[in-house]
Design a protein. Structure first.
Length: 422
Protein backbone atom coordinates (compact mmCIF):
# COMPACT_ATOMS: atom_id res chain seq x y z
CA UNK A 1 0.00 0.00 0.00
CA UNK A 2 2.78 2.43 0.89
CA UNK A 3 4.47 1.82 -2.46
CA UNK A 4 1.33 1.91 -4.58
CA UNK A 5 -0.32 4.94 -2.94
CA UNK A 6 2.22 6.74 -0.76
CA UNK A 7 0.28 9.96 -0.39
CA UNK A 8 -3.08 8.37 0.33
CA UNK A 9 -1.72 5.83 2.84
CA UNK A 10 0.13 8.48 4.85
CA UNK A 11 -3.04 10.53 5.11
CA UNK A 12 -5.34 7.61 5.85
CA UNK A 13 -3.42 6.05 8.74
CA UNK A 14 -4.25 8.76 11.32
CA UNK A 15 -7.85 8.97 10.05
CA UNK A 16 -8.30 5.20 10.17
CA UNK A 17 -6.84 5.04 13.67
CA UNK A 18 -9.07 7.88 14.91
CA UNK A 19 -12.12 6.00 13.64
CA UNK A 20 -11.14 2.72 15.29
CA UNK A 21 -9.63 4.06 18.51
CA UNK A 22 -13.01 4.24 20.22
CA UNK A 23 -13.95 0.65 19.46
CA UNK A 24 -14.07 -1.53 22.62
CA UNK A 25 -11.56 -4.06 21.33
CA UNK A 26 -8.97 -1.30 20.97
CA UNK A 27 -9.28 -0.12 24.56
CA UNK A 28 -6.42 -2.25 25.85
CA UNK A 29 -4.21 -1.19 22.94
CA UNK A 30 -4.99 2.47 23.46
CA UNK A 31 -4.01 2.10 27.09
CA UNK A 32 -0.81 0.33 26.10
CA UNK A 33 -0.11 3.05 23.56
CA UNK A 34 -0.45 5.69 26.27
CA UNK A 35 1.84 3.74 28.55
CA UNK A 36 4.48 3.29 25.87
CA UNK A 37 4.30 6.80 24.52
CA UNK A 38 4.15 8.81 27.72
CA UNK A 39 4.93 6.79 30.83
CA UNK A 40 6.23 9.87 32.65
CA UNK A 41 3.71 12.41 31.49
CA UNK A 42 1.25 12.19 34.40
CA UNK A 43 2.53 15.32 36.09
CA UNK A 44 1.94 18.10 33.59
CA UNK A 45 3.65 20.65 35.79
CA UNK A 46 7.08 19.02 35.34
CA UNK A 47 9.67 20.65 33.11
CA UNK A 48 9.64 19.81 29.43
CA UNK A 49 11.29 16.51 28.70
CA UNK A 50 14.59 16.28 26.88
CA UNK A 51 14.66 16.07 23.10
CA UNK A 52 16.03 12.54 23.34
CA UNK A 53 13.00 11.40 25.38
CA UNK A 54 10.63 13.05 22.91
CA UNK A 55 12.30 11.28 20.03
CA UNK A 56 11.94 7.96 21.86
CA UNK A 57 8.22 8.54 22.45
CA UNK A 58 7.70 9.59 18.86
CA UNK A 59 9.49 6.45 17.73
CA UNK A 60 7.29 4.30 19.98
CA UNK A 61 4.09 5.80 18.61
CA UNK A 62 5.34 5.54 15.04
CA UNK A 63 6.13 1.87 15.59
CA UNK A 64 2.67 1.32 17.01
CA UNK A 65 1.09 2.86 13.89
CA UNK A 66 3.27 0.70 11.69
CA UNK A 67 2.18 -2.41 13.56
CA UNK A 68 -1.45 -1.38 13.19
CA UNK A 69 -1.11 -1.11 9.42
CA UNK A 70 0.79 -4.39 9.34
CA UNK A 71 -2.02 -6.03 11.29
CA UNK A 72 -4.42 -5.06 8.52
CA UNK A 73 -1.95 -6.47 6.03
CA UNK A 74 -1.80 -9.74 7.97
CA UNK A 75 -5.58 -9.98 7.89
CA UNK A 76 -5.73 -9.38 4.14
CA UNK A 77 -2.85 -11.79 3.59
CA UNK A 78 -4.86 -14.48 5.37
CA UNK A 79 -7.51 -14.11 2.71
CA UNK A 80 -5.13 -13.85 -0.23
CA UNK A 81 -3.04 -16.84 0.86
CA UNK A 82 -6.05 -19.14 1.06
CA UNK A 83 -5.90 -19.23 4.84
CA UNK A 84 -9.61 -19.91 5.20
CA UNK A 85 -9.97 -22.62 2.56
CA UNK A 86 -8.95 -25.42 4.92
CA UNK A 87 -9.52 -23.46 8.08
CA UNK A 88 -12.09 -25.58 9.90
CA UNK A 89 -11.93 -29.25 8.94
CA UNK A 90 -15.21 -30.97 9.64
CA UNK A 91 -16.94 -27.59 9.92
CA UNK A 92 -15.82 -27.26 13.54
CA UNK A 93 -17.83 -24.61 15.37
CA UNK A 94 -15.97 -22.40 17.84
CA UNK A 95 -19.14 -21.64 19.81
CA UNK A 96 -19.75 -25.32 20.50
CA UNK A 97 -16.10 -25.74 21.47
CA UNK A 98 -16.29 -22.85 23.95
CA UNK A 99 -19.32 -24.41 25.63
CA UNK A 100 -17.05 -27.23 26.82
CA UNK A 101 -15.34 -24.66 29.04
CA UNK A 102 -18.49 -22.86 30.10
CA UNK A 103 -18.27 -23.78 33.78
CA UNK A 104 -14.49 -23.88 34.09
CA UNK A 105 -13.01 -21.52 36.68
CA UNK A 106 -9.32 -21.24 37.41
CA UNK A 107 -7.58 -24.60 37.09
CA UNK A 108 -10.77 -26.67 36.82
CA UNK A 109 -11.16 -29.65 34.51
CA UNK A 110 -13.71 -29.57 31.68
CA UNK A 111 -16.26 -32.40 31.58
CA UNK A 112 -15.65 -33.74 28.03
CA UNK A 113 -13.37 -36.59 26.91
CA UNK A 114 -9.87 -35.15 26.58
CA UNK A 115 -9.14 -36.58 23.13
CA UNK A 116 -12.39 -35.19 21.72
CA UNK A 117 -11.54 -31.73 23.05
CA UNK A 118 -8.04 -31.91 21.55
CA UNK A 119 -9.39 -32.99 18.16
CA UNK A 120 -11.92 -30.15 18.10
CA UNK A 121 -9.42 -27.58 19.31
CA UNK A 122 -6.88 -28.31 16.61
CA UNK A 123 -9.55 -28.25 13.93
CA UNK A 124 -9.93 -24.61 14.98
CA UNK A 125 -6.34 -23.74 15.87
CA UNK A 126 -4.15 -25.48 13.27
CA UNK A 127 -4.19 -22.75 10.64
CA UNK A 128 -3.83 -19.95 13.20
CA UNK A 129 -0.90 -21.69 14.87
CA UNK A 130 0.94 -22.38 11.65
CA UNK A 131 0.29 -18.90 10.28
CA UNK A 132 1.39 -17.13 13.45
CA UNK A 133 3.98 -19.48 14.95
CA UNK A 134 5.28 -21.84 12.25
CA UNK A 135 5.13 -25.62 11.91
CA UNK A 136 6.35 -26.30 15.46
CA UNK A 137 3.62 -25.63 18.01
CA UNK A 138 5.81 -25.15 21.07
CA UNK A 139 7.90 -22.62 22.99
CA UNK A 140 11.57 -22.17 23.79
CA UNK A 141 14.10 -19.56 24.85
CA UNK A 142 16.70 -17.58 22.95
CA UNK A 143 18.90 -14.50 23.16
CA UNK A 144 16.79 -11.35 22.90
CA UNK A 145 18.50 -10.38 19.62
CA UNK A 146 17.78 -13.74 17.95
CA UNK A 147 14.78 -14.81 15.81
CA UNK A 148 11.95 -17.11 16.91
CA UNK A 149 13.44 -20.02 14.97
CA UNK A 150 16.35 -20.21 17.41
CA UNK A 151 14.07 -20.92 20.38
CA UNK A 152 12.35 -23.67 18.38
CA UNK A 153 15.66 -25.22 17.41
CA UNK A 154 17.00 -25.01 20.98
CA UNK A 155 14.09 -27.04 22.37
CA UNK A 156 14.15 -29.65 19.61
CA UNK A 157 17.89 -30.16 19.88
CA UNK A 158 17.55 -30.58 23.63
CA UNK A 159 15.03 -33.39 23.13
CA UNK A 160 17.27 -35.00 20.52
CA UNK A 161 20.20 -34.92 22.95
CA UNK A 162 18.22 -36.41 25.84
CA UNK A 163 16.72 -39.24 23.76
CA UNK A 164 20.21 -40.66 23.15
CA UNK A 165 19.25 -42.37 19.89
CA UNK A 166 21.03 -42.76 16.55
CA UNK A 167 20.35 -43.25 12.87
CA UNK A 168 17.14 -45.20 12.11
CA UNK A 169 16.35 -45.79 15.79
CA UNK A 170 12.59 -46.17 16.18
CA UNK A 171 11.15 -43.21 18.10
CA UNK A 172 7.62 -42.02 18.95
CA UNK A 173 6.55 -38.37 18.89
CA UNK A 174 3.44 -38.57 21.07
CA UNK A 175 1.11 -35.70 20.21
CA UNK A 176 3.06 -34.64 17.12
CA UNK A 177 0.99 -31.76 15.71
CA UNK A 178 1.95 -31.19 12.09
CA UNK A 179 5.38 -32.68 12.66
CA UNK A 180 7.67 -29.74 13.40
CA UNK A 181 9.41 -31.30 16.44
CA UNK A 182 9.54 -34.67 14.67
CA UNK A 183 11.39 -33.18 11.73
CA UNK A 184 13.74 -31.35 14.10
CA UNK A 185 14.60 -34.54 15.95
CA UNK A 186 15.10 -36.42 12.68
CA UNK A 187 17.51 -33.74 11.45
CA UNK A 188 19.47 -33.90 14.70
CA UNK A 189 19.60 -37.69 15.14
CA UNK A 190 18.61 -39.47 11.92
CA UNK A 191 16.04 -41.43 13.93
CA UNK A 192 13.01 -43.07 12.32
CA UNK A 193 10.17 -41.15 14.01
CA UNK A 194 6.46 -41.97 14.05
CA UNK A 195 4.23 -39.10 15.12
CA UNK A 196 0.89 -39.78 16.84
CA UNK A 197 -1.97 -37.29 16.67
CA UNK A 198 -5.73 -37.39 17.23
CA UNK A 199 -6.37 -34.85 14.48
CA UNK A 200 -6.74 -36.02 10.83
CA UNK A 201 -6.01 -32.57 9.42
CA UNK A 202 -2.67 -32.49 11.22
CA UNK A 203 -1.67 -35.73 9.51
CA UNK A 204 -2.71 -34.34 6.13
CA UNK A 205 -0.81 -31.10 6.67
CA UNK A 206 2.20 -32.85 8.18
CA UNK A 207 2.51 -35.14 5.20
CA UNK A 208 2.22 -32.17 2.83
CA UNK A 209 5.13 -30.42 4.52
CA UNK A 210 7.24 -33.57 4.72
CA UNK A 211 6.62 -34.40 1.05
CA UNK A 212 8.55 -31.27 0.10
CA UNK A 213 11.66 -32.44 1.95
CA UNK A 214 14.49 -34.73 0.82
CA UNK A 215 13.99 -38.49 0.37
CA UNK A 216 16.25 -38.97 3.43
CA UNK A 217 13.82 -36.94 5.59
CA UNK A 218 10.72 -38.54 4.07
CA UNK A 219 12.04 -42.03 4.86
CA UNK A 220 12.30 -41.10 8.55
CA UNK A 221 9.12 -39.07 9.18
CA UNK A 222 5.80 -40.91 9.61
CA UNK A 223 2.34 -40.08 10.95
CA UNK A 224 -0.31 -42.24 12.62
CA UNK A 225 -3.86 -41.25 13.58
CA UNK A 226 -4.06 -42.24 17.25
CA UNK A 227 -5.65 -41.38 20.56
CA UNK A 228 -2.58 -41.32 22.78
CA UNK A 229 -4.73 -42.41 25.72
CA UNK A 230 -5.36 -45.75 23.97
CA UNK A 231 -2.93 -46.42 21.12
CA UNK A 232 -3.89 -49.20 18.72
CA UNK A 233 -1.99 -51.20 16.10
CA UNK A 234 1.59 -50.34 17.08
CA UNK A 235 4.05 -53.01 18.27
CA UNK A 236 4.74 -53.33 21.99
CA UNK A 237 8.27 -53.27 23.44
CA UNK A 238 9.49 -52.00 20.09
CA UNK A 239 10.53 -48.34 20.24
CA UNK A 240 13.96 -47.02 21.23
CA UNK A 241 12.63 -43.74 22.59
CA UNK A 242 9.58 -41.52 22.90
CA UNK A 243 8.96 -37.86 23.54
CA UNK A 244 6.16 -35.42 24.35
CA UNK A 245 6.72 -31.86 23.14
CA UNK A 246 4.20 -29.96 25.31
CA UNK A 247 1.47 -32.35 24.14
CA UNK A 248 0.28 -33.92 27.37
CA UNK A 249 -1.40 -30.66 28.39
CA UNK A 250 -4.57 -31.93 26.68
CA UNK A 251 -5.21 -34.77 29.15
CA UNK A 252 -5.92 -34.62 32.87
CA UNK A 253 -4.87 -38.19 33.73
CA UNK A 254 -1.41 -38.19 32.21
CA UNK A 255 -0.63 -41.55 33.76
CA UNK A 256 -2.89 -43.06 31.10
CA UNK A 257 -0.85 -41.73 28.17
CA UNK A 258 2.45 -42.42 29.95
CA UNK A 259 1.33 -46.05 30.37
CA UNK A 260 0.80 -46.26 26.61
CA UNK A 261 4.32 -44.97 26.03
CA UNK A 262 5.65 -47.48 28.59
CA UNK A 263 3.88 -50.34 26.80
CA UNK A 264 5.34 -49.43 23.42
CA UNK A 265 8.94 -48.74 24.50
CA UNK A 266 11.69 -51.34 24.69
CA UNK A 267 13.07 -52.11 28.16
CA UNK A 268 15.81 -49.58 28.85
CA UNK A 269 14.41 -47.03 26.35
CA UNK A 270 14.10 -43.38 27.31
CA UNK A 271 11.09 -41.12 27.68
CA UNK A 272 11.59 -37.37 27.26
CA UNK A 273 8.60 -35.30 28.34
CA UNK A 274 8.38 -31.50 28.05
CA UNK A 275 5.46 -30.80 30.35
CA UNK A 276 2.99 -28.00 31.04
CA UNK A 277 3.10 -27.70 34.84
CA UNK A 278 2.25 -25.18 37.52
CA UNK A 279 5.23 -23.74 39.37
CA UNK A 280 5.58 -22.75 43.03
CA UNK A 281 4.57 -19.24 41.95
CA UNK A 282 1.07 -20.47 41.10
CA UNK A 283 -1.46 -19.26 43.68
CA UNK A 284 -4.93 -20.83 43.26
CA UNK A 285 -6.37 -18.20 45.61
CA UNK A 286 -5.03 -15.30 43.56
CA UNK A 287 -7.81 -13.83 41.38
CA UNK A 288 -5.41 -12.77 38.64
CA UNK A 289 -3.83 -16.21 38.49
CA UNK A 290 -7.24 -17.87 38.35
CA UNK A 291 -8.40 -15.72 35.45
CA UNK A 292 -5.15 -16.21 33.53
CA UNK A 293 -5.44 -19.98 34.02
CA UNK A 294 -9.07 -19.98 32.87
CA UNK A 295 -8.05 -18.10 29.71
CA UNK A 296 -5.17 -20.50 29.09
CA UNK A 297 -7.25 -23.67 29.46
CA UNK A 298 -10.03 -22.42 27.18
CA UNK A 299 -7.81 -20.71 24.61
CA UNK A 300 -5.43 -23.67 24.31
CA UNK A 301 -7.88 -26.58 24.60
CA UNK A 302 -6.07 -27.72 27.72
CA UNK A 303 -6.98 -29.98 30.61
CA UNK A 304 -6.37 -29.21 34.28
CA UNK A 305 -2.68 -28.43 34.80
CA UNK A 306 -0.85 -30.52 37.43
CA UNK A 307 1.93 -29.42 39.75
CA UNK A 308 5.50 -30.68 39.42
CA UNK A 309 5.06 -33.32 42.11
CA UNK A 310 1.72 -34.47 40.70
CA UNK A 311 3.23 -34.94 37.25
CA UNK A 312 6.27 -36.78 38.54
CA UNK A 313 3.92 -39.11 40.41
CA UNK A 314 2.01 -39.82 37.18
CA UNK A 315 5.23 -40.72 35.35
CA UNK A 316 6.23 -43.09 38.15
CA UNK A 317 2.72 -44.60 38.29
CA UNK A 318 3.10 -45.56 34.62
CA UNK A 319 6.13 -47.67 35.55
CA UNK A 320 9.04 -45.38 34.59
CA UNK A 321 12.21 -44.67 36.53
CA UNK A 322 12.85 -40.93 36.60
CA UNK A 323 16.46 -40.11 35.71
CA UNK A 324 16.36 -36.32 35.98
CA UNK A 325 13.91 -33.44 35.92
CA UNK A 326 14.02 -29.63 35.92
CA UNK A 327 12.38 -26.59 34.35
CA UNK A 328 14.02 -26.39 30.94
CA UNK A 329 13.06 -22.71 30.68
CA UNK A 330 15.37 -21.87 33.58
CA UNK A 331 18.29 -22.85 31.34
CA UNK A 332 17.66 -19.71 29.29
CA UNK A 333 18.64 -17.54 32.23
CA UNK A 334 21.65 -19.74 32.96
CA UNK A 335 22.89 -19.65 29.37
CA UNK A 336 22.05 -16.11 28.28
CA UNK A 337 21.75 -14.22 31.56
CA UNK A 338 20.30 -10.75 31.06
CA UNK A 339 20.22 -11.38 27.31
CA UNK A 340 17.64 -14.18 27.70
CA UNK A 341 14.33 -13.70 25.86
CA UNK A 342 11.89 -15.80 27.93
CA UNK A 343 9.39 -18.18 26.37
CA UNK A 344 6.36 -15.98 27.09
CA UNK A 345 7.81 -12.66 25.90
CA UNK A 346 6.70 -12.83 22.24
CA UNK A 347 3.05 -12.89 23.35
CA UNK A 348 3.30 -10.05 25.88
CA UNK A 349 3.47 -6.30 25.05
CA UNK A 350 7.00 -5.27 24.11
CA UNK A 351 8.84 -2.85 21.88
CA UNK A 352 9.32 -4.59 18.52
CA UNK A 353 12.86 -5.38 17.46
CA UNK A 354 13.28 -6.55 13.83
CA UNK A 355 15.91 -9.07 14.94
CA UNK A 356 13.43 -11.02 17.07
CA UNK A 357 10.01 -9.84 15.85
CA UNK A 358 7.38 -12.55 15.40
CA UNK A 359 4.88 -10.24 13.75
CA UNK A 360 1.60 -12.25 13.67
CA UNK A 361 2.00 -13.17 17.37
CA UNK A 362 2.83 -9.66 18.59
CA UNK A 363 0.01 -8.40 20.86
CA UNK A 364 -0.42 -5.15 18.94
CA UNK A 365 -1.05 -7.21 15.80
CA UNK A 366 -3.03 -10.18 17.09
CA UNK A 367 -5.28 -8.06 19.37
CA UNK A 368 -6.51 -6.26 16.26
CA UNK A 369 -7.11 -9.40 14.24
CA UNK A 370 -10.62 -10.28 15.55
CA UNK A 371 -11.88 -6.82 14.60
CA UNK A 372 -10.16 -6.76 11.22
CA UNK A 373 -11.18 -10.33 10.41
CA UNK A 374 -14.69 -9.56 11.69
CA UNK A 375 -14.97 -6.70 9.21
CA UNK A 376 -13.84 -9.01 6.42
CA UNK A 377 -16.40 -11.60 7.56
CA UNK A 378 -19.20 -9.02 7.43
CA UNK A 379 -18.53 -8.36 3.76
CA UNK A 380 -18.36 -12.08 2.98
CA UNK A 381 -14.62 -12.55 2.54
CA UNK A 382 -14.31 -14.84 5.57
CA UNK A 383 -16.57 -17.26 7.45
CA UNK A 384 -17.93 -15.84 10.72
CA UNK A 385 -16.11 -18.63 12.57
CA UNK A 386 -12.73 -17.06 11.76
CA UNK A 387 -12.87 -13.85 13.84
CA UNK A 388 -14.53 -15.74 16.71
CA UNK A 389 -11.71 -18.26 16.69
CA UNK A 390 -9.15 -15.45 16.58
CA UNK A 391 -10.64 -14.17 19.84
CA UNK A 392 -10.28 -17.61 21.45
CA UNK A 393 -6.66 -17.81 20.25
CA UNK A 394 -5.96 -14.40 21.79
CA UNK A 395 -7.49 -15.56 25.06
CA UNK A 396 -5.16 -18.53 25.13
CA UNK A 397 -2.10 -16.44 24.24
CA UNK A 398 -2.86 -13.79 26.87
CA UNK A 399 -3.63 -16.30 29.61
CA UNK A 400 -0.66 -18.57 28.98
CA UNK A 401 1.92 -15.83 28.55
CA UNK A 402 0.47 -14.03 31.56
CA UNK A 403 0.98 -17.14 33.69
CA UNK A 404 4.57 -17.25 32.47
CA UNK A 405 5.11 -13.59 33.25
CA UNK A 406 4.01 -14.04 36.89
CA UNK A 407 6.02 -17.26 37.30
CA UNK A 408 2.97 -19.50 37.74
CA UNK A 409 3.44 -21.97 34.85
CA UNK A 410 6.04 -23.44 32.53
CA UNK A 411 5.25 -25.19 29.22
CA UNK A 412 8.50 -27.17 29.23
CA UNK A 413 9.27 -28.85 32.52
CA UNK A 414 11.69 -31.54 31.41
CA UNK A 415 11.28 -35.08 32.74
CA UNK A 416 13.81 -37.66 31.61
CA UNK A 417 12.73 -41.21 32.43
CA UNK A 418 13.55 -44.79 31.49
CA UNK A 419 11.62 -48.03 31.15
CA UNK A 420 13.31 -50.49 33.52
CA UNK A 421 15.23 -53.39 31.99
CA UNK A 422 13.20 -55.85 34.08
Amino acid sequence: LAQDQPRESSARIPLLWSCLEGWPCFGAMAAQRTELVAPGAVNQSKAAQSSEAKKEKSSSWSMFRILFVLAIGVGLAMVKSGFVISFTPGDEDVTNFSKLYGGVKGNDQHSAYDADVARSFYNLANEFYEYGWGDSFHFGFRRKTEPHSVSIRNSQNFIAQKLMVGDMANVLDIGCGIGGPMRGVVRATGANVTGLTINPYQIKRGREITSELSPWMQARCHFSLQDYLKVEGLPEDHYDGAFYMESSLHCENRTQTFKEAFRLLKPGARLVAMEYLTLPGWDPKNAEHQELMRQHLHGNGAAKTPSIEEDLAMVRAAGFEIIEHFDYMDLGNDIYGEENWPWWADLQPHMPDPRRLLLPAHPYVRWMQPTILGALAKIGLLPENVPKTASVMNEGADGLSGLGRVGALTPQYYIGARKPLK
